[in-house]
Design a binder for this molecule. Structure first.
Ligand code: FPP
Length: 247
């Protein structure tokens, strides 16, 4: 069988590749707080500080894109009080942090169905994204109300609508057609997914995009993640041999 003509795989394959795009499942805020006999919100607050440190470190280490799983489409199942706390933190983060992100030349992308959030948060997200749009350093993609299956369902709906309107021939649909309609279109191919806190699952995060990504599960609880933890993850990535299905 000949290779697919429109393969989304990175060219080349084989050997260690440069690391362009890192994604993180930031897990363990609750356990971090519990160990200190603190309320869960204290863990999320400490998690927000880890977000600040990790963004700064990723920029300094020359990572091109950093995608952070900040709120999943399944997180709505949490108690209303915890959801309110997380939304409060997001508001606080956006208002407090945009100037610092701007100083660090960070660009902001948003993935997921974030427009379903409260109108004031949607407005803050849009304003942060447009303020940072001209920057040329690290791209931070915040996954907000994100679920991979929901993202794929939205992409399929968009393709079906195009097919129904005669804009696309169903026989011409390739992996690239799908990739172009994912929320991550425009971000570099995903190289490395890190999950903190010792859990070893993808939890509906970037399922399509992680087809050839390296997966790294570390025991560190998210609030304890920092520059050294990111450096050690990058070193572990550098020791992996990526073959993309080749030999
Ligand atoms: C998982 O820990 C973390 C989350 C559900 C939310 C992630 C949020 C942050 C890192 C803080 C806010 C971020 C921004 C960008 C404002 P968990 O609660 O599932 O921990 P557990 O598994 O130990 O209970």
């Amino acid at each position: 069988m000949s290779p697919a003509s429109a393969s989304p795989l990175p060219a080349g394959g084989g050997g260690a590749a440069a690391l362009r795009h890192v994604a993180i499942i930031m897990d363990g805020n609750g356990r971090w707080a519990k160990r200190r006999l603190l309320p869960r919100i204290a863990g999320h607050r400490a998690g927000m500080e880890a977000v600040r440190k990790t963004i700064r470190a990723a920029g300094e280490l020359g990572v091109e894109a950093l995608t952070l799983y900040a709120f999943s489409s399944e997180n709505w199942r949490r108690p209303a009080s915890e959801i309110a706390d997380l939304m409060g933190l997001l508001r606080f983060y956006l208002r407090r942090e945009v100037a610092e992100l701007d100083r660090n030349n960070v660009r902001l992308e948003l993935i997921g169905d974030w427009r379903a959030f409260e109108p004031d948060i949607v407005a803050d997200l849009e304003s942060a994204r447009s303020r940072l749009a001209g920057n040329s350093g690290l791209t931070v993609a915040l996954a907000l109300n994100y679920g991979s299956q929901d993202e794929l369902a939205r992409a399929v709906r968009a393709i079906a609508a195009d097919a129904q309107a005669g804009r696309i021939d169903p026989a011409a649909i390739t992996a690239t057609t799908i990739e172009q309609r994912l929320d991550t279109a425009g971000l570099p191919p995903l190289d490395l997914v890190i999950r903190t806190s010792g859990e070893e699952r993808l939890s509906n995060f970037l399922l399509w995009q992680s087809a050839y990504a390296e997966l790294l599960f570390v025991d560190t609880l998210w609030p304890d993640f920092d520059q050294a933890a990111l450096e050690s993850a990058i070193a572990a990535f550098a020791r992996r041999e990526r073959r993309y299905g080749g030999r």
